[in-house]
Every structure is written in C-alpha cells, then in structure tokens.
Design a protein around this ligand. Structure first.
Ligand SMILES: NC(=O)c1ccc[n+]([C@@H]2O[C@H](COP(=O)([O-])OP(=O)(O)OC[C@H]3O[C@@H](n4cnc5c(N)ncnc54)[C@H](OP(=O)(O)O)[C@@H]3O)[C@@H](O)[C@H]2O)c1
Length: 305
C-alpha cells in the first residue's frame, strides 16, 4: 500500500516521502480501516512517538498522520463494538504507524461511527482539533456559561474549534493570532480579537480560561491574566509562569468516541464548522503537507477521493 513516511529524524519534514509499505494486520482489539481521508499535525515530526514504539524501539520508516476517516474492512481477534463495512473516524495511537496510508490498524476503542451524511474529508479534519478543544475547554478547563475565554491561535485548526465550542457553551471569547487572522477569527465566532503582533495582551484584563496553543512568552503573559479560581490550559507544555491563584494544565488529546459523537453532531446540525485549508490526493500529499506559504487550517489528504 502507499503511505507517507519519514525515515530520518535529522531530515525533519524534508525527508517526507510517499512509499510502498506492507498492509498492516489488525492485532487483538484492533480494526483494519480502509482510509478514505487522513490529516496530520505539522509538529508530529518532532514527537518522540513518531520515532519509537511503546517499548522505545526505533521505528523507521514511520507512517505519519493520526486523524482518520474511513471504512472498517477487518476485525482483529476479540474486537467488539465495530463491524466490517462501518464508517468510522478518530485518532490512531501516537506510537503506531499512522493514517496517511491506504490502510491503518487501530484499536476499536479509539474510533466512533461516522454518520453517513458527513464527508470523509470532514471526518478526518475533526478528531485532533475538535477533541483537543473539547477536552481543553470542558474536561481540563471546566468551562461554564458566562465565563471569559482567551483563545490563542483562534484562526488555526484547534483555535477555530475552541472559539466555536466555547461560544456555544455561553462563554465570551477573545481570540488571538497574527494581524491577518482577525477576520477569520471573528468569522468563527470570536467576540473580539487581539493581534499578538501589534496589540498588548495585558490590555485584555482578567479572564477565566486561557486556551494556549502557542507557548513561550504568549503563555507566560497569559498566565498573569487568569482570574483567581481560573485555569490556564495548554497543549504545548508548561513554562515557568503559572496563574497566581489558579490552575495550569498541560495535556495530550485522547480519542474519546463519545466526545467525537458530540462533535460530529454539531457539524451535522450546523453549530460547528470545520477549518479545512486544502484537500489533496495521496499522490500529492508530500507537497500539500509542506506548503510554501502559511497554513490556514487543516490539510486533509483524500486517500480515496
Ligand atoms: N498536546 C496535544 O494534544 C495537541 C493537540 C493538537 C495540537 N497541538 C499543538 O497545538 C499547536 C497548534 O495546533 P494547530 O493544529 O491549531 O496549529 P495551527 O492550525 O497552525 O494553528 C495555530 C495558529 O496560531 C498562530 N500562531 C502561532 N504562533 C503565533 C504567534 N507567536 N503569534 C500569533 N499567532 C501565532 C498560527 O499562525 P502561523 O501559522 O502564522 O504561525 C496559527 O494561526 C501545535 O503546536 C500543535 O502541535 C497539541
């Protein structure tokens, strides 16, 4: 089967190639999925799990991508909950071969049914960005109606989901990003926008929840804005500055089927819009995943257009 792989950590994204790889076999509790669409987080190249399996053994070539939408074609021994022929979407295990391939073996507990009226490309754009937003806002951030959320990178893949879900939950959303992101962040539902290149973040005042996807000095400045009892949630690792009288949480997104079902239902009834920058076929994946300009949302690879 064809797959997008990396083989040399030192080469980084420059080493990305389309290659022939053996079709995976479903292990105990796995399903084999015929991938119809897949997506990727650009920082994956730097994740230790791209280069080693769970036992720490070096993994090369390593198939990239963890977002997927496709159809179950086989079950591993003992697998329950899903059936052959079922449409599914979710996140594959970070430590195993990824989803930018014609087939992937995934534990069934990481997948949810994808409703028949949702395109595979939409299904593949949702899991990582949607679940990261959901878990950061509602599990780790304990967001309540009426609170104020500072949503960094509000025009990005995660940020557009954070903005929409927070707003739907009754929060006041202050989006941030680069100057060029203002209109997009507002279009996705931010009540106001802070241009991190020209505005002073301190002028935002106190907020209940910071959702950080940038880290560094942006995270440090934001920690100072958290109200007593509030939370700073990040997905980029915690720095040295923490809210004085609040929580700071760094987390890695998990594939939770019940949450995927909540998220996709919002797409079906128009409450949630996906932020797809471009859709490209598998044969063009390497170029599409390494654009020359800025990314403006998810790049989805239509493995079976
Ligand atoms: N731990 C987890 O579970 C988890 C899950 C999902 C994502 N992540 C991480 O979260 C981060 C964001 O992911 P994403 O998919 O949302 O990426 P994305 O689509 O590129 O969105 C990030 C947005 O933030 C903007 N931005 C970044 N640095 C900025 C700065 N200094 N000033 C102003 N704007 C800035 C980006 O603009 P530019 O493109 O111009 O930089 C982009 O619009 C990545 O580092 C990713 O690895 C972690």
């Amino acid at each position: 089967m064809k797959a997008v792989v990396v083989t040399d950590q030192a080469e980084g994204a420059a080493g990305m190639r389309l290659m022939d790889r053996p079709e995976p076999r479903p292990a105990i509790n796995d399903v084999l999925v015929e991938v119809h669409a897949a997506a990727y987080v650009p920082t994956e190249i730097d994740w230790p799990s791209t280069w080693a399996d769970r036992a720490g053994r070096a993994k090369s070539p390593s198939i990239l991508g963890h977002d997927l939408a496709g159809v179950v074609t086989a079950l591993g021994y003992g697998t329950t909950g899903l059936t052959v022929g079922q449409r599914v979407f979710g996140i594959s295990d970070w430590h195993r071969d990824g989803t930018l391939a014609e087939y992937v073996a995934v534990e069934s507990r990481n997948l949810a049914p994808l409703p028949g009226d949702v395109d595979f490309t939409v299904g593949a754009a949702l899991p990582i960005s949607g679940l990261t937003a959901w878990q950061g806002l509602f599990q780790h951030g304990r967001l309540r109606s009426g609170q104020t959320v500072l949503a960094h990178g509000a025009a990005g893949a995660v940020g557009t989901m954070v903005t929409q879900l927070a707003r739907e939950a009754g929060a006041y959303v202050i989006g941030t990003g680069r100057a060029a992101d203002r209109q997009k962040a507002l279009d996705f539902g931010a009540h106001e926008f802070v241009d991190l290149e020209h505005d002073d973040l301190a002028d935002v005042g106190a907020v209940d929840l910071v959702f950080d996807v940038i880290g560094g000095s942006v995270q440090e400045q934001s920690a100072r804005l958290v109200r007593p009892g509030g939370t700073l949630v990040t997905v980029t690792g915690l720095g040295d500055v923490h809210p004085v009288d609040g929580l700071s949480v760094d987390f890695v997104v998990e594939s939770v089927p019940s949450q995927l079902t909540e998220i996709v239902q919002r797409v079906r009834d128009g409450r949630l819009r996906v932020n797809i920058d471009r859709v490209a076929p598998l044969d063009d994946a390497v170029a599409a995943l390494n654009p020359t300009g800025r990314r403006a949302g998810k790049t989805v690879i239509a493995v079976r257009p």
